[in-house]
Design a protein around this ligand. Structure first.
Ligand SMILES: O=C(O)CCC(=O)C(=O)O
Length: 222
C-alpha cells in the first residue's frame, strides 16, 4: 500500500479488477498470453496509471509459471489485442508483440512485482507438481474515473457522457477507497462493507475497443 501511495498519490482507490489465481500444473487455461492490462480497461484510462501488484503466495519461477515482462513497454500505447486461449483472455498476436527482451521474473513468496497498465506481460504453463497461487491487485488515484462510493473532490474525474469520461476505468464491478487523508471515513475497512461491494455489480460494460465477442462462460454440470 505504501508503494501504491508513492506511485498513485495519497488518495488510493483499489480497482475492482483483483484476482486470486490457482495456476494448476499442466492445465492449458493456466497460461495467460502476452497482454497489457489496459486492453481490458476503458481507453480513457490508457494514459493514466493503474498499478498492478502481482503477489505470488508460493515461490514463483519459470517452472511453475511465474510472470514474464517486456521492459520498457509501459511507454508504448496500447497495441492491438485479440481473443486468445480459446476465447478466455485478450492476448497480443505475434505480429503485434512489441520488440524487446522477454524477461522472466521469478518472485519469492512474500515479494511483489509492480507493473503499469501498459506493461506487456504474460505467464506460461505450470510444469511443476504444485499449484502456483498468486493474487493480482490494482490501484489508482481517486482523481481517475472510479465508481467507488466516495465524495468527489475538486479536480477528480466525474463520469460524463458528453466529455467521454467513463464511470470507472473498469465499470462492471465496484472500486473502493483504501487509503485517504481527505475522506478517511469513506475507506472500505470491514468484511461487511466489502461483501456489499461484491454484491453491487454495476452492469456497465467496458468499451469493446477490439470488437471481440466473449463466449458465454461454461458452467460445469453437476
Ligand atoms: O497470474 C498470472 O499468471 C497472470 C496475471 C496477469 O496477467 C495479470 O494480473 O494481468
Amino acid at each position: 500500500m505504501d508503494a501504491a501511495e508513492q506511485l498513485c498519490g495519497p488518495e488510493v482507490i483499489a480497482s475492482s479488477v483483483y484476482r486470486l489465481r490457482p495456476k494448476i500444473p499442466n492445465y492449458g487455461y493456466g497460461a495467460v498470453p502476452w497482454h497489457q492490462d489496459s486492453s481490458y480497461f476503458e481507453p480513457y484510462c490508457d494514459n493514466s496509471l493503474v498499478l498492478t501488484a502481482w503477489v505470488p503466495l508460493v515461490d514463483s519461477n519459470e517452472e511453475n509459471g511465474c510472470m514474464w515482462v517486456i521492459p520498457g513497454t509501459h511507454r508504448l500505447p496500447v497495441v492491438p489485442h485479440q481473443l486468445a486461449c480459446g476465447g478466455k483472455y485478450l492476448g497480443i498476436d505475434d505480429k503485434d508483440l512489441p520488440a524487446g527482451e522477454q524477461v522472466c521474473c521469478p518472485v519469492r513468496k512474500g515479494g511483489v512485482l509492480l507493473m503499469t497498465n501498459r506493461t506487456v506481460h504474460g505467464s506460461f504453463a505450470n510444469h511443476s507438481s504444485g499449484v502456483r497461487w498468486s493474487m493480482d491487485l490494482r490501484y489508482q488515484s481517486a482523481a481517475l474515473p472510479t465508481n467507488a462510493a466516495i465524495t468527489r473532490l475538486p479536480g477528480e474525474a466525474e463520469p460524463s457522457v458528453e466529455l467521454g469520461v467513463p464511470a470507472a476505468c473498469y465499470p462492471p464491478d465496484r472500486d473502493f477507497l483504501v487509503r485517504s487523508s481527505l475522506r478517511p471515513d469513506e475507506i472500505t475497512r470491514s468484511y461487511e462493507q466489502f461483501r456489499l461491494l461484491r454484491e453491487s455489480k454495476t452492469h456497465q460494460k467496458v468499451t469493446n475497443r477490439f470488437g471481440v465477442s466473449w463466449a458465454a462462460p461454461k458452467v460445469a454440470k453437476a
